[in-house]
Design a protein around this ligand. Structure first.
Ligand SMILES: [Fe+2]
Ligand SMILES: [Fe+2]
Length: 193
C-alpha cells in the first residue's frame, strides 16, 4: 500500500530525547515513549485523537483538573498536592505526544474536539473542581478510568500500528495514575474504598 511508503516519522533524535523527559519524574513509569509516527495522513484518526487531546474526557481536562487539585491541596495535604502536580506533568507529555501525532495525521491540534460533527472548543467546565479531598480523589480516579476506556475504544478504531502502540504506552501511564490515586484514596478516604 502506498500508505506504507508514505510513512511519516516525527524525525529528529532530539525529539525522542524530549519525549522521554518524563522519566525524570518520580511518579513516572520507567518506560520510554515510542516516537510519534503514522502510516500516513488520516483526518478520521486525527478526529478520534482530538477527543483524547481536548475533549470532555481528555489530557487537557486532566492537566487542568489535577493542577487545580494541586493548588487547593497545597499547604494542607502536601503529599496529595505533589501527587496531583506530578501526574499533571505526565499528562502534559501525553498532550504533546498526541499533538505531534495529530499534526502528522494532517490536522491542526487546536483545543477542540468534534461533538455531533460540530467543532466544540475545550472549556473549563470540563474540570471537576470538587469540595473536599474524597470527592476530588474519586473524580481523579474516574477521570483515569474514563481515559483508559476512551483510549481502548480508539485503539479498536485506529488501524495504524504506530498509533495503537503509542496509545498502549499512554494507557500504561493511566493505569499507573489510577493505582496512585487509589492508594491516596485508601489513605485519606478509607470509608469510600
Ligand atoms: Fe494522560
Ligand atoms: Fe493519567
Amino acid at each position: 500500500m502506498s500508505e506504507v511508503k508514505t510513512e511519516i516519522k516525527a524525525g529528529a533524535k532530539e525529539n525522542c530525547a524530549e519525549n522521554n523527559q518524563h522519566l525524570k519524574r518520580w511518579c513516572a513509569l520507567p518506560i520510554p515513549y515510542p516516537e510519534p509516527k503514522v502510516l500516513g495522513r488520516n483526518l478520521y484518526y486525527a478526529e478520534l485523537l482530538l477527543e483524547d487531546y481536548a475533549g470532555r474526557v481528555s489530557e487537557f481536562t486532566a492537566i487542568n483538573q489535577y493542577l487545580y487539585h494541586n493548588f487547593v491541596f497545597a499547604g494542607k495535604y502536601k503529599d496529595l498536592a505533589e501527587l496531583e502536580e506530578c501526574i499533571a506533568i505526565i499528562e502534559m507529555f501525553h498532550l504533546e505526544l498526541l499533538a505531534e501525532t495529530i499534526i502528522l495525521l494532517g490536522a491542526n491540534p487546536r483545543y477542540y474536539s468534534l461533538v455531533d460533527n460540530q467543532r466544540v472548543y475545550w472549556n473549563a467546565s470540563y474540570v471537576y473542581y470538587g469540595n473536599a479531598v474524597c470527592d476530588r480523589l474519586a473524580a481523579d480516579i474516574a477521570a483515569e478510568e474514563q481515559a483508559i476506556a476512551s483510549y481502548r475504544k480508539h485503539q479498536q478504531l485506529i488501524k495504524d500500528p504506530h498509533i495503537v502502540n503509542l496509545l498502549e504506552r499512554i494507557i500504561q501511564d493511566e493505569q499507573h495514575h489510577l493505582n496512585l490515586f487509589t492508594q491516596a484514596m485508601r489513605k485519606y478516604c478509607p470509608r469510600h474504598c
